[in-house]
Design a protein around this ligand. Structure first.
Ligand SMILES: CC(C)(COP(=O)(O)OP(=O)(O)OC[C@H]1O[C@@H](n2cnc3c(N)ncnc32)[C@H](O)[C@@H]1OP(=O)(O)O)[C@@H](O)C(=O)NCCC(=O)NCCS
Length: 210
């Protein structure tokens, strides 16, 4: 299934479109990643072994981008790695990323809690893009899978990532507890924030087979 989520413009924030990543997005993604390396990158699907420390450094070139993209497609096909490019609709180019998975693998919406991750391109930060994108994917996921199949979504960030902590709170993920480092999932101490599905949330008809 192809999921496309549109978000109207908000205060200082452009209108957004969230959809699976496409090959046409890779030049923009690579340009953004070149500014980030080696501090930040976008994780690859667990079956795709991109080089670099901690699987958290790419994609860095066209070859890695092709492998990374194949992993995102695989994630949608298997339903275990649901990732969205976040496009500025006026510019029609990707300015962010949101990823939903289970920490221990398996299909999202199989009864386990999910885990959400996100990134905004450096030149697009501070405009509410990550907050809107995370809130939108969260709302879609709870509506799509329902509370039984997706009871809650976890969000983890490093202790010193204050912007991410702020995004979590604003996007509906209150602080839950401290999280000690737990490699290979998480390499440093951090915060765990949790969003709970409302018990009334039931799966959308035909919409739960990602
Ligand atoms: C964290 C990140 C996704 C935020 O993206 P963004 O689109 O700029 O986020 P938003 O604009 O929605 O919100 C950012 C909030 O953090 C605040 N913020 C930014 N830098 C901050 C800092 N150093 N200290 C405290 N708050 C900070 C902003 O003021 C804003 O809050 P406000 O609306 O109350 O003013 C972005 O910085 C990023 O991609 N970082 C690298 C990857 C990353 O850390 N991903 C998250 C992994 S858990």
């Amino acid at each position: 299934m192809t999921v496309v989520l549109d978000v109207a413009a908000g205060r200082g924030r452009p209108a957004l479109r969230l959809r699976p990543w496409l090959a046409a997005d890779m030049p923009d993604l690579l340009a953004a990643m070149a500014r980030e390396y080696p501090k930040h990158g976008l994780r690859s699907h667990p079956s795709v072994d991109l080089p670099g420390p901690r699987r958290w450094t790419g994609p860095r070139d066209a070859r890695e981008a092709a492998r990374w993209l194949a992993g995102q497609d695989r994630g949608w096909a298997l339903g275990d790695w649901l990732t969205f490019a976040v496009l500025d609709r006026a510019l029609d180019r990707p300015v962010g990323h949101v990823a939903l998975r289970n920490r221990d693998g398996g299909q999202v919406g199989g009864g386990e809690q999910g885990e959400i991750g996100y990134w905004t391109a450096a030149d697009a930060r501070g405009r509410g893009i990550a907050t809107a994108a995370v809130r939108t994917v969260t709302c879609w996921a709870f509506g799509c899978f329902g509370a039984q199949r997706l009871p809650r979504i976890m969000l983890v960030h490093h202790l010193d990532n204050l912007a991410s902590c702020r995004v979590a709170e604003k996007a509906g993920y209150p602080f839950d507890r401290l999280s000690p480092a737990s490699p290979p999932h998480w390499f440093d101490d951090g915060h765990i924030h949790l969003a709970e599905a409302k018990p009334s949330e039931s799966a959308a008809p035909g919409g739960a087979s990602a």
